[in-house]
Design a protein around this ligand. Structure first.
Ligand code: UDP
Length: 414
């Protein structure tokens, strides 16, 4: 296993965006567990929400004087093929689980676990993230019998493939504690005690930090021919059928009937190794080409995403299905109201009629009407924007997540 390099992060950076009480409480919690040594294990150092979360949480815990390490598993391409199938199957459907796949999983997880042999004295608590490192348990139970193990599950196990669920349950039923992102995501998973910790956005990253007028101006120029003088609606999502870019186009067309100079920006990450995403991108781009006010923007850097989220009049997230949909909090944090579907974690973030609107996942026309309502009422948009900022400050910023994680650590070691 290897330790990824970490950015410098201190709690100091969060003082401007976090209530004083919350920071004091965090320090008090940290004082309770300050001689504890914690090890996080996951399977990737970059890309994906888990790595992003650890990149912030690990240095912050150390800043709070909780000795925290992060190790990333060393694995083969074959292992990642198995765990990708596992990930897809646990969230819905995947290929049949073969003995060969199980053997690959066990061999790699055992090899990684062996690296922790003789290190029991170094740690008081282990946190394994997602299904990839779970197989390490077999060996860890022998080599670290006295170190409690917490499993942090970041995926949705509401409707898993039974065979895969049975396979991972052989491990999950032996951890000391499991953390899920929503109550519904536990499904029928065989776990002992559980906690729910909602995900969060990190307000100090390039994507979410506040920007000075000069940076905003430069980015706005870069986004030309998009105009910030005309009304603008944006959706930022991977090109994935569940994100329903076509539904967003339909909502935009509906709202354009009343707001003729309306523009739509569809921003989407394009992973080179995802042929499905590329195909969908091409279809969306083809449909958009007929309308000069629709802008399809693949691979926008984080500063560009930041500027679009804060400078759009309304953000839309018309997903048909969603994990948590943190892109909603990202926009709300920048005081932009969001019209989103009532699926996954979106209704936790949008307070209907307070900081945005919720619509049914199949209701593109309803989404269009809500976008129009917001565009026609500057005061409502401004008020929703202020409400949005406070809602995210209270519930979806990193310090809240850290506070809850420290609570679990304290309980586990009690
Ligand atoms: N994202 C981005 N550029 C894109 C598309 C998405 O930076 O072109 C980011 C977005 O800002 C958010 C994340 O990818 O941070 C998507 O997370 P979310 O929970 O909304 O959805 P997921 O993609 O995990 O289903």
């Amino acid at each position: 296993m290897h330790a990824p390099s970490l950015p410098d992060r201190t709690m100091e950076a969060y003082t401007d965006v976090t209530a004083h009480d919350r920071l004091e409480f965090l320090h008090a919690l940290a004082d309770d567990v300050d001689d504890v040594r914690v090890l996080h294990v996951n399977s990737t150092a970059t890309g994906g929400g888990v790595a992003e979360l650890l990149r912030s949480i690990v240095p912050l815990c150390n800043d709070l004087e909780i000795n925290t390490d992060w190790l990333v598993m060393d694995a083969t391409d074959k292992f990642f093929e198995v765990t990708k199938a596992m990930h897809n199957a646990l969230q819905g459907s995947g290929p049949p689980l073969t003995d060969d796949m199980k053997a690959t999983y066990r061999t790699v997880t055992e090899r990684n676990a062996l690296e922790l042999e003789d290190r029991e004295a170094e740690y008081d608590l282990l946190i394994l993230h997602d299904p990839q490192p779970l197989g390490m348990l077999d060996r860890l139970e022998e080599t670290m019998p006295n170190v409690p193990i917490v499993w942090r599950c970041h995926i949705d196990l509401t409707d898993p493939d039974d065979e895969y669920l049975a396979f991972v349950s052989e491990y999950t039923n032996r951890v000391d504690h499991a953390i899920f992102s929503r109550t519904g995501y536990i499904g029928d998973t065989d776990v002992p005690e559980t906690s729910i910790i909602y995900p969060s956005i990190d307000p100090v990253t390039e994507k979410n930090r506040s920007l000075d007028a000069k940076t905003v101006g430069t980015e706005r120029d870069r986004l030309d021919p998009l105009s910030f003088e005309k009304p603008l609606v944006t959706q930022i999502s991977r090109f994935d059928p569940w994100k329903d870019q076509f539904g967003t186009l339909e909502a935009y067309r509906r709202a354009s009937e009343d707001i003729p100079d309306l523009q739509l920006a569809l921003v989407g990450g394009m992973a080179g190794d995802d042929p499905e995403g590329l195909e969908l991108y091409e279809q969306v781009a083809e449909e958009a080409a007929a309308d000069p006010d629709v802008h399809v923007l693949p691979d926008l850097p984080d500063t560009g995403v930041n500027v679009l989220q804060r400078e759009s009049d309304v953000v839309v997230q018309k997903s048909l299905r969603e994990g948590f949909g943190l892109v909603v909090s990202e926009a709300l944090w920048k005081r932009t109201p969001v019209v989103g579907s009532n699926v996954g974690g979106i209704p936790l973030q949008i307070d209907d009629g307070v900081n945005g609107y919720l619509v049914g996942p199949d209701d593109a026309a309803g989404a269009g009407d809500r976008v129009r309502d917001l565009l026609e009422d500057d005061d409502r948009r401004a008020q929703f924007g202020e409400n949005a900022r406070e809602h995210v400050r209270e519930q979806f910023l990193l310090p809240r997540q850290l506070e809850e994680l420290l609570g679990v650590i304290a309980d586990e070691l009690d």
